[in-house]
Design a protein around this ligand. Structure first.
Ligand SMILES: O=C(O)CCC(=O)C(=O)O
Length: 201
C-alpha cells in the first residue's frame, strides 16, 4: 500500500491503484454499467444533478422528488449488480472495518460536472467509514466541517487515489468543485468516475 496523507481526518492515499489495477477496475465497472446503466439523478427540490449515477451492491443510493435514500433496485427496476471483487479488495485494504460495504455508489463526472458540499448521513452506522476511489480525470475535492459553513481545504484527487472518510471525517461536509476534463488517459472519452463504498444498515 502506498503512502498516505491525513487532512481533517480524511485519509488520502494518492497512488493506491497503479495503472493496470485502474484499467482492470474500469473493465469491471463497464460490466456493472451494462447491467445497471448510469442515469441522471434529480434532487428532492427538483434540480438535475450534473453527475450521472449508478450503483452496485445490495443497495444503491438514489435521489428523486421523494428524497435521498438507499434502494434495493435501480430506478429502472433491475437489481443492482454485485460489487466487483477488486473493489471489495480496496475496502479490505484501507477501511479498517470488519463489515463489508453494502453499496458501491458509482458517480460519473463529465465535463463541467461537480458535486456540492454535503454530508453522507443516510447510513445507519457512522462507525463504518465511507471509502472513495477516483478513476480518470483529476477532481478537486473539498473538505469542510461537520457543521455547515466554516473554512474548507481542497486537494486534487488523481486517478487511482483512495480516500477513507472515517472517524472525525465521517460526518464532515465534502464535495467536488470541478474536474480537469481530459487530464487523464484512463477513460478514452475523458471524464471522472468516483466510487464510494458504504455500509448502509
Ligand atoms: O467524487 C468524489 O470524490 C466524492 C463523491 C461524494 O462525495 C459522494 O458520493 O458522496
Amino acid at each position: 500500500m502506498a503512502h498516505h496523507i491525513e487532512q481533517r481526518g480524511f485519509r488520502i492515499y494518492p497512488d493506491h491503484l497503479d495503472r493496470s489495477a485502474q484499467e482492470a477496475l474500469i473493465e469491471r465497472l463497464r460490466d456493472c454499467l451494462r447491467f445497471a446503466p448510469l442515469y441522471q439523478p434529480v434532487t428532492p427540490r427538483g434540480q438535475k444533478m450534473s453527475v450521472r449515477m449508478s450503483a452496485a451492491g445490495r443497495f444503491g443510493w438514489v435521489t428523486d422528488r421523494r428524497g435521498y435514500r438507499y434502494e434495493p433496485r435501480h430506478p429502472e427496476g433491475m437489481d443492482w449488480p454485485p460489487i466487483p471483487e477488486e473493489v471489495l479488495a480496496i475496502w479490505r485494504d484501507v477501511s479498517g472495518c470488519a463489515r463489508e460495504p453494502e453499496c458501491c455508489l458509482i458517480n460519473w463526472y463529465g465535463e463541467g460536472a461537480r458535486m456540492g458540499l454535503h454530508q453522507d448521513k443516510d447510513e445507519a452506522d457512522f462507525a463504518c467509514p465511507v471509502v472513495s476511489v477516483s478513476l480518470g480525470d483529476d477532481g478537486l475535492f473539498r473538505m469542510g466541517n461537520t457543521e455547515r459553513g466554516g473554512k474548507t481545504e481542497s486537494v486534487w484527487l488523481g486517478s487511482g487515489a483512495v480516500v477513507v472518510m472515517g472517524g472525525e471525517a465521517r460526518l464532515r461536509h465534502h464535495g467536488v468543485d470541478r474536474i480537469r476534463f481530459g487530464s487523464s488517459t484512463l477513460l478514452p472519452q475523458g471524464g471522472r468516475i468516483n466510487l464510494t463504498l458504504r455500509v448502509v444498515t
